[in-house]
Design a protein around this ligand. Structure first.
Ligand SMILES: Nc1ncnc2c1ncn2[C@@H]1O[C@H](COP(=O)(O)OP(=O)(O)OP(=O)(O)O)[C@@H](O)[C@H]1O
Length: 267
């Protein structure tokens, strides 16, 4: 059974049609890179899956329609890393990561032994164990990002929806995170991650889904999807593409002569 099955999803925000006729099925064991230019609709798509954006169409999470599920039912299937990385409460890192286990239990109850083991494993995976007693409001941007990813991992769900999880991470933590996603997929879980780092998506994802102007314009293995032509038409960039011992290398190198979306030079 697929973990996520989206059929003919359309979302309008205000008068703006943001997503149009999206069909996407994600099976267990897939690490999916959701890519596309700024404003393509990636974040809106993740929010719609979680019932946080209004829309028409079917969204099945596990074996139920997402919009009829309670927040607790959804939280058992999908963990979510939002794009915003703000932390407002000066709680310790350990307590913040522990909130990933707080669904369905009293806020004042101590974590069970199983919860504590999952919290420790998530902190270990994100290399934030040494920060456990620090206040979450007093971390660097990259440290805070890793703590919030650890909170999502502690939720221990079959599906992880992560919005720009690599933003703000240094190269070693970016690679470690993508390797973790790849491991999660090998364990039979699924990850859908919005990514702007095309090189990371090419190297670590089994599948790339490209959103452009609210529509899926490509879906498949990185080597098939990340072509010169796609990168030119969707992003308006030229790429260096090569096969290496570590896998596919795709590096944006220059703006194209032809038009892409919303070119930074306004052309
Ligand atoms: N609350 C809102 N009301 C109206 N339009 C919105 C709202 N939120 C987002 N949008 C618009 O919806 C479109 C898609 O936004 P979204 O945040 O999903 O894009 P994205 O692909 O995640 O972009 P980015 O890569 O910049 O994060 C954009 O044009 C954005 O301006």
């Amino acid at each position: 059974m697929s973990l996520l099955a989206v059929r003919d999803l359309s979302v309008a925000l205000g008068k703006r049609a943001v997503l149009n006729g999206i069909d996407l099925t994600v099976e267990s064991g897939e690490c999916v890179g959701l890519i596309g230019p700024n404003g393509a609709g990636k974040s809106t798509f993740l929010k719609a899956i979680l019932g946080q954006a209004p829309g028409a169409g079917d969204i099945r999470l596990g074996d139920a329609e997402s919009r009829t599920m309670s927040a607790l039912e959804r939280a058992r299937i999908a963990a979510y890393l939002p794009q915003e990385r703000e932390v407002h409460w000066p709680v310790s890192v350990e307590v913040l990561v522990g909130l990933g286990r707080a669904f369905g239990r009293s806020a004042v109850a101590a974590p069970s032994a199983k919860d504590q083991a999952l919290i420790e494993a998530a902190m270990e995976r994100m290399a934030v164990t040494g920060l456990r007693h620090r206040r979450a409001t007093e971390l660097s941007g990259g440290e805070r990002a890793r703590v919030l990813i650890a909170r999502a991992l502690a939720q221990d769900t079959p599906l992880l929806l992560a919005d720009e999880p690599t933003a703000g991470l240094d190269p070693s933590h970016q690679i470690a995170l993508m390797a973790t996603f790849s491991d999660l997929a090998r364990e039979g879980r699924s990850v859908v991650a919005c990514l702007h780092e095309i090189s990371l998506a090419a190297r670590w994802c089994d599948r790339i889904v490209v959103l452009n102007e609210g529509r899926i314009v490509a879906d498949g293995p990185p080597a098939t999807v990340l072509t010169d032509e796609l990168m030119r038409t969707v992003y308006g960039v030229e790429i260096h593409r090569a096969d290496s011992a570590q896998g596919l290398v795709v590096l944006p190198t220059a703006l194209s002569e032809t038009e892409g979306n919303d070119r930074p030079d306004g052309a």
